[in-house]
Design a protein around this ligand. Structure first.
Ligand code: SAH
Ligand code: SF4
Length: 365
């Protein structure tokens, strides 16, 4: 399989159980050690071979010499007044042939759980007009190890304060379905109860509407909840803010959604970024109701988070009116105010922060 070939190096982070077995066999160690390393690395979060006390000392020493665990490095922590932490992470190492890049992940503590928002690419090629990540363009895809590493770093950095439940959302930089193999390889480890052990129902993947990726995801045995960035009520409107709509227009996208096999209590989540005076009228709301007919859907309204772009935040009354129209027609609809706004950790803002355009932020690095 392609991701196995891509994952044949000596960095063990991101390797599946089979890949770990292959690695051990290649260096002449018994394959059963793979399960022990897998457990120590992903379940116990031991990022240093010396700390893998479930392995014999000789093997620990050998691994320290002949293998590595390349975790993303924390460059900066930005702490928000609401408790949200935005991490600036550095990945890649020219010495190993992985292009260095900077990405971001966000840790959001709540009363009984934490939610971790992760990136799947450095930058993004999709070019949505309202999103600051788009201004970066695509630097590169992340590897499975880098994606898993974001979650492990955020968990470990908050070890003392962790709540029993962890949610992950693939809503940071990048379009996850345009880096399909690495994203799925990472999810298989993150959602494996022997691995990082996040419950699949506590994971969500958000896409701008890459239809072939949605069709592939439909066939996966273990998969996260699917969220679709709708963001407009007609093709004409969506073409303007999401150029990808010309390739995957609304009718085709919604057809793929209707075909998506949902389990009994599963829903598709539609995200709708509200842009003041553009897509926030009651007529828009009524068109959205029509679009979502025959889809088991929930809608999240996300008031647009300002950046350096010529767009407007919607008025609160418009957002509430929009919600009322959907609810009256039986479409569950929630208003999602982004967290961590004061440290540029909110939806779509991650790119702005490191470009030097952000206001003074508290740094705890
Ligand atoms: N590329 C994927 C996932 C990352 S973006 C996607 O587009 O779905 C995650 C969500 O943030 C998307 O729903 C996107 O529409 C939204 N978003 C982007 N920029 C935003 C902004 N400035 N304010 C509010 N939401 C934004
Ligand atoms: Fe990429 Fe999503 Fe931003 Fe669009 S909204 S540019 S797909 S990250």
């Amino acid at each position: 399989m392609s991701h196995q070939a891509a994952n044949s190096g000596k960095n063990l982070l991101g390797k599946s159980p089979e890949e770990l077995r292959e690695f051990l066999q290649a260096i002449g160690e018994p394959a059963y050690r793979a399960a022990q390393i897998y457990h120590a690395l992903y379940r116990e979060r031991r990022f240093d071979f010396a700390a893998m006390t479930n392995l014999p000392a000789a093997l620990r020493e050998r691994l320290a010499r002949e293998a590595s665990i390349e975790m993303p490095r924390i460059v900066r922590r930005h702490l928000s007044s609401d408790g949200t932490v935005r991490y600036v992470l550095s990945i890649g190492d020219a010495a190993n042939g992985a292009k260095p890049a900077t990405i971001e992940a966000v840790f959001m503590p709540e009363e009984s759980r934490q939610t971790i928002c992760i990136s799947t690419q450095a930058g993004c090629a999709v070019d949505c007009r309202f999103c600051l990540t788009a201004t970066l363009g695509l630097m590169r895809n992340l590897t499975a190890g880098e994606i898993v590493g974001e979650v492990l770093v955020a968990l470990e950095d908050n070890r003392a304060a962790l709540k029993p439940q962890t949610n992950i959302v693939l809503m940071g930089q990048g379009e996850p379905l345009l880096n399909y193999d690495a994203v799925m390889a990472a999810l298989r480890i993150l959602l494996d109860q022997k691995g990082v052990a996040i419950a699949p129902r506590h994971a969500a993947l958000s896409t701008s509407g890459i239809i072939p990726g949605i069709e592939r995801l439909a066939h996966e045995k273990v998969r996260p909840n699917l969220a679709i960035s709708l963001n407009a009520s007609s093709n004409e409107q969506r073409d303007q803010v999401m150029p990808i709509n010309r390739k995957y227009p609304l009718e085709k996208l919604l057809e793929a959604c209707r075909k998506y096999p949902l389990k009994p209590r599963e829903w598709l989540l539609f995200e709708y970024v509200m842009l003041g005076g553009f897509n926030d009228s009651p007529e828009d709301a009524r068109r959205v109701v029509k679009l979502l007919a025959n889809v088991r859907a929930k809608v999240n309204l996300i008031p647009w988070n300002p950046g350096d772009l010529p767009l407007k935040r919607p008025e609160r009354a418009r957002v509430e009116e929009f919600q009322r129209v959907l609810m009256e027609k039986g479409v569950p609809c929630f208003i999602r105010d982004s967290r961590g706004q004061d440290v540029m950790a909110a939806c779509g803002q991650l790119a702005l922060a490191e470009a030097g355009a952000s206001p003074a932020v508290e740094s705890h690095a």
